[in-house]
Write a new protein. Sequence first.
Lengths: 308, 270
Amino acid sequence: MNVVTTKNLSKEYSAKSFSKEKILALSNFSFEVQSGEIFGLLGPNGAGKTTLIKILLGITFPTSGDIKIFDKDISNQSYKKKVGYLPESHKFPNYLTGEQVLHFFGKLSGLSSNDVKKKSDEYLKLVDMEKWRKTKIKKYSKGMLQRLGLAQAMLNQPELIFLDEPTDGVDPIGRKEIRDILNNLKQQGTTIFLNSHLLSEVELICDRVAILNKGVLIKSGRVDDITATSDNYIFTTTDLDESVINKLLVSFKCTIKSKNEFYFNSDSVEELNKLIDFIRQNNIMIQGIAREKNTLEDMFINLIGSKN
Amino acid sequence: MIFLTLLFSTFREAIAKKIFIGFFAIATLIILVFLFLINVDSIEGMVNMMESSGEEGVRQLVIQFEVAMINISYLLVITFCFISVSSFIPSMLEKGNIDLLLSKPVTRAQIILAKFLGGVLLIFLSLLYLIGFVWLILSSKSGFWHVPFLYSILWLTLSFAVIYSLIIFIGLISQSSILSIILSLFLVFIVCPVLYFREETIFSLVSNNVVQFIINFFYYILPKPTDINQITTDIITGNPVKSYMPVFSSVLFMLAALSASIFYFKKKDY
């Protein structure tokens, strides 16, 4: 089931006030986010990532296109009760304590006072901010504000959560903790929509990604599929003897890396199986076959670099 | 429930920004000065003198005090309020704050109305404290319990609400507290008094019908806090109110400004 669906979504801004010159922030953007997945939106600065989230949340209005969240048009505000949001560079009223921030935004999400109290205790503990709950947030560090922001986004137990750069300003240990929290949320069935510059992090936790550049969707799909772009297979075996190595070089055009590792390049599954049969006939044990992968970062740089 | 949360947050913001404390400090100072004045010998003597001239004498003295009080409230409290509440909208519109607010299941109209009613309620309570105490002091001292003086709480709150609706509109468009303050003070203390006294001032200098028509046009469409203040004074002094047109046209202006604010806010991208 799709939690978010957009069709031909476009957004134009005026370059300056009263100017006819337009900036295209999103162009005919169509995509879906499926229930229970972690979806990553990638792109360089100014690609339109934050604009897309703001449109999905009704903060900014699209110039054209259709949007459905939970299979309903977003003109009805009620979907927001089932949505959580952590904006990039969020700004909570700095005269409030951490606890009061959660109380205010929890009540705005439609929770009762009792629920807010119960959930605040639970989520402040989860993001390790329990001992700072009575401290005014003007005394918080960037990382603490980010943790509090995450608690705020989870407070109403949303079915869909939008996180814009959630690990911004958080130290490596904190990032790991946030990743664990997101994985837990996923296990509980929450759909997570993530905007992040940290591609290694996206690769670690996202099921699917979309890459945006200058408002245009340039690639989307499962992380595994996007990164496995070559037809190069890495074979790890028990020691290969000379005759086998020769056959591999001549008949299968393999590249030998060591006595028990070689590369085979083919887009034919039949050829791949022939090679496996040949190895097995020569009493060599296959310890592993892996399709060579690019990292998401390699892929991102190649894609964005070629478009610019 | 969500609306009350927004309303309460306006109060909390006012308390946090020391606005409420500022209100009460100024109001308390005025009450204390009033208490001191009413107990000094010369005033005591004046009260005795008035008492000797009968109930009408006491009534006149009390009313004079009340009128003075209205003018003080109008000048000090309302000015202070404008400066204080003008930051409500620009601070709400700050990046990172407005995004979060609009991501919640609240309508944009609810946000504007909560900011408006929160500010108005704040001023109402402040005026209730100031004028209510002065009324109590004055009435217990003189024995003349003049209820129409209490109506001025509502009239002054209405004056504030009318101008506050404009502050909200300017704040939404400009996102600047300073511009909201300058424009509202300019309107209340320069434009409105000049338009109120237009016949004695502008029309005595300019006889051109077109210019007079334009000036009259602005007088009728703009809010009329000076006129409302005069109506308040007339009600307290017992003079007949010439016309309630300034009240109706000011309320219409307030409704128009609020509607325009909601319309603009509903269409605006953040």
